[in-house]
Design a protein around this ligand. Structure first.
Ligand code: C5P
Length: 235
């Protein structure tokens, strides 16, 4: 299938229509942003690597019975996906406390909580993607209680599967962000991407950060870290 009209540009991807109204082509860019767009840059070949990582992870999730928007990888930077209406929510899972939760609540970075922590944020650049709860989401019309319940159920399954998958490759899945959408049949599908842009991934042996924190914190070796993740997943 070929790209038709340009539909939308996000921070890391572009979306194009296709001849089939139920499908879109998602193009992965090298652009990188952090701190709600305050820091801007580019990571060499990131789009190519992240297209591959998302294709690989979404294929494995589909094999485990988790429905995703992903259909097929078309070339280096493009993938064919089912068209969905995205819930304007970022669903965050934390297996280890760090990042914004450490800052907000004063919890020491690297603390392992007894439970798995789920958060939702309202996808809204103007307000800096604020943390909200279910009641806010329903009041704002972002999702229904029933949809949120389904989203959390799927999210926990995704976390169980990904935690084990990364663990086998010597990587700790610290936390990650995912997004969901609804297709034309009203089915809830995992959408967007799962990549080192959207996950915190630490090497089990050394604790080395193999994710976008290398860009956020100017640690260098960003492209190498992303390639390392892809290599281990492909092994
Ligand atoms: O910054 P924070 O600690 O809330 O991030 C939690 C997780 O969600 C991290 O893995 C981060 O990469 C991801 N995230 C994201 N996009 C955002 C916010 C967070 O992918 N806009």
């Amino acid at each position: 299938m070929e790209k038709k009209d340009f539909l939308y540009e996000g921070k890391a991807k572009q979306i194009y229509s296709t001849d089939d109204e139920n499908y879109v082509i998602i193009h992965y860019k090298d652009d990188a942003t952090a701190g709600n767009g305050e820091k801007k840059g580019s990571i060499k070949d990131k789009g190519i690597i992240n297209n591959q990582i998302t294709a690989l992870l979404f294929t494995r999730l589909e094999e485990k019975g988790i429905r995703t928007h992903f259909k097929e990888k078309l070339n280096d930077r493009d993938q064919l996906c089912e068209k969905v209406k995205i819930f304007p929510l970022e669903v965050i899972v934390r297996n280890i406390i760090t990042g914004s939760m450490s800052k907000r609540l004063g919890v020491k970075e690297g603390t392992k909580p007894e439970n798995t922590i789920l958060e939702i944020c309202y996808k809204n650049d103007e307000y800096g993607d604020p943390l909200i709860n279910d009641h806010h989401a329903v009041a704002l019309g972002l999702a229904t209680y029933d949809e949120l319940k389904k989203i959390y159920e799927i999210t926990l399954k995704i976390n169980d599967f990904l935690k084990e998958l990364f663990d086998k490759e010597g990587i700790i899945l610290v936390d990650f962000k995912i997004e969901f959408g609804k297709n034309s049949k009203g089915e809830i599908l995992l959408a967007d991407e799962i990549t080192p842009d959207t996950c915190r991934l630490w090497d089990k042996e050394t604790g080395k950060k193999l994710d976008k924190d290398r860009f956020r914190q100017d640690l260098g070796g960003i492209e190498e870290a992303y390639i390392e993740i892809l290599k281990r997943l492909e092994a």
